[in-house]
Design a protein around this ligand. Structure first.
Ligand code: PFF
Length: 447
């Protein structure tokens, strides 16, 4: 078995977990999901999902990972010898490929906008022109796929440098900067004429606009945003040191991730209403709205560059954590060398990313229930794979795993107090599985 290295510092480990959580899920997906599902009520449900399901499921992944210091498959084999629970790992691996497949296409769009910002093409247009600009990008197969491939080259280059050198450093520098720049953009957005309408949309809970689909979307969004359900955090926490407080780390990840999502909403929605863009614009929402915000800022050119650069890094720390799932698995379970595991992972990723990138142009005729391949991958990733994985880990840790291991892990052998153990176990046993299964049964028309 390959020698396992760890994160150099506690901060490094948290920064990496936050780096995985904070990404396009917060900045690109959260605003468009909130926009499509009516705003305020969606956000309330989202926050509730983070507290009663998200953070407990983060903890369940941390418990599996750190108690075994192994990847998901080896961990489940160690924890339940002779049982077949480890088979679930294959669902996680498949899920990680589906996420990274559509996700890297959006990362490609981010690079295109970084480029457009650099050559000064991102300013001086009307909202309609920004909309046409985005349509022109996605309808061009070469640009769409080309930028995506460039992104994947960066991704796999960082992967080849190994875990502590690449991820930890990128994440610890970039996260605080991203936070700062988001606050600056929020302030500018709030100064736009008519900004109040956007804030009202975002924070006034109108439950008549929320459907059961919206609730499922909020739940799926929470899981995608926290990187839970496909064993990403099992892999990361397998490198954690034994003296960190898992509860503190999980709450830190949950709180910071949610703050970035809400800040992104505060940045986008005042501008959405000020520029007259439809809040239900979907995946194209931020690309139509952001250039308008840059435009009204002094030094907008530099701000635009800085913004897309930071979002690029935020996405990179997320895709790194996604690709680490199959890579660690292949190295440890199939005895591959790291370069070989990276090559296989890159191959599958490229195949899926090309399909997703072409689904707005060459393959736009392929549709299922009106959704193209990209939309289907986006939907399946969060609303199927991550939720299924979340139920599995919740049930596994809540009902099947030895309760002593949970206590041992949460309290570090009895040394830590205030770890919310009863709350966590209650949520894992009842709240998470019952709510997720209920929503699925409801949606499939069984109840
Ligand atoms: N949490 C990331 C985001 O919000 O952008 C996406 C993600 C990363 C999902 C890693 C799943 C994962 F394993």
């Amino acid at each position: 078995m390959a020698k396992r290295v760890g994160f150099a510092t506690r901060m490094g480990a948290i920064a990496a977990a936050v780096g995985s959580a904070v990404g396009l899920g917060n900045i690109w997906r959260f605003p468009y999901e909130a926009g499509e599902n009516g705003g305020g009520a969606f956000i309330l449900v989202y926050i509730a999902c983070i507290i009663v399901m998200g953070i407990p499921v983060i903890l369940s992944e941390f418990i599996i990972g750190r108690s075994t210091h192994s990847n998901m498959k080896a961990a489940l084999k160690k924890l339940s010898p002779g049982k077949k629970y480890y088979m679930f790992t294959y669902v996680c691996i498949l899920g990680s490929f589906v996420v990274i497949g559509f996700y890297s296409v959006v990362c490609g769009w981010i690079i295109e906008y970084l480029y457009q910002a650099a050559i000064g093409h991102l300013s001086g247009h009307t909202p309609e022109e920004y909309s046409d600009m985005f349509s022109a990008l996605i309808s061009n197969p070469w640009r769409c796929v080309g930028w995506t491939m460039l992104f994947l080259v960066f991704n796999f280059l960082v992967m080849s440098r190994g875990i502590e050198k690449g991820i930890e450093r990128v994440a610890s520098i970039m996260m605080p900067l991203l936070f700062l720049i988001l606050i600056i953009f929020c302030i500018h957005s709030l100064l736009l004429p008519g900004a109040g309408k956007g804030l009202r949309f975002l924070f006034y809970p109108d439950f008549s606009k929320l459907t059961i689909h919206g609730v499922l979307d909020a739940l799926g969004q929470a899981f995608l945003s926290l990187s839970i359900g496909i064993s990403c955090l099992v892999t990361y926490s397998s490198y954690f040191k034994d003296d960190t407080s898992l509860t503190k780390d999980a709450v830190t990840v949950g709180v910071l991730d949610t703050m970035v999502a809400i800040l992104s909403g505060v940045m986008i929605f005042p501008a959405v209403f000020s520029f007259g863009v439809e809040p239900t614009a979907g995946p194209r929402l931020i690309f139509e709205v952001l250039p308008g915000i840059f435009q009204q800022m002094t030094g907008g050119y530099v701000w635009a560059l800085l913004f897309f650069l930071l979002v690029f890094f935020a996405s990179l720390t997320s895709t790194i954590s996604l690709s680490e799932i199959p890579i660690t698995f292949m190295i440890e379970e199939h005895k591959m060398s790291r370069p070989r595991a990276i090559a296989w992972t890159a191959l599958f990723t490229v195949a899926l990313a090309v399909l997703a990138g072409l689904s707005f142009n060459v393959l736009d005729q392929i549709k299922l229930w009106g959704n193209n391949i990209f939309d289907m991958m986006d939907y399946a990733a969060s609303n199927i794979f991550m939720l299924l994985g979340g139920v599995f880990t919740a049930i596994y840790v809540g009902w099947i795993m030895d309760r002593k291991v949970i206590h041992e892990q949460l309290t570090n052998g009895g040394r830590l107090k205030g770890t919310m153990e009863p709350f966590v176990v209650f949520c894992l046993r009842y709240v998470a599985p019952i709510s997720i299964i209920f929503i699925f049964l409801f949606l499939t028309g069984i109840i």
